[in-house]
Design a binder for this molecule. Structure first.
Ligand SMILES: [Zn+2]
Length: 105
């Protein structure tokens, strides 16, 4: 299962390579076939803002409600790590690759 390059339309990106391309805010990674840069599309940004929003809301809730500060910090760290992991998995298996907005040479 490989992802299609938005430039040459060859299936050149493995899920891991695609996840490492980063978002539209980043520089992206060059396609192994045509060498032009690819990033994860806007869907990835929407998904990551949703998951980090939820992680933040849960963290604030846990921080304010839990008496045990050790456990609350463990849960908060887990929320942050979990949202990073979810975003990474989303980039690996879902969403599409796109051309970077900024063209950097
Ligand atoms: Zn390509």
């Amino acid at each position: 299962m490989k992802h299609e390059c938005p430039h040459c339309h060859e299936k050149t990106f493995t899920p891991l390579q695609k996840a490492l391309c980063g978002s539209m805010r980043g520089r992206g990674k060059p396609c192994p076939n045509c060498g032009r840069r690819c990033v994860n599309s806007m869907t990835s940004i929407y998904f990551s803002s949703a998951t980090s929003g939820i992680a933040l809301a849960v963290s604030v809730f846990v921080y304010l409600t839990m008496e045990n500060k050790l456990w609350s910090s463990v849960i908060i760290a887990g929320c942050i790590a979990g949202s990073f992991l979810l975003n990474f998995l989303f980039d690996m298996f879902f969403g599409k690759l796109a051309e970077p907005i900024r063209t950097m040479q």
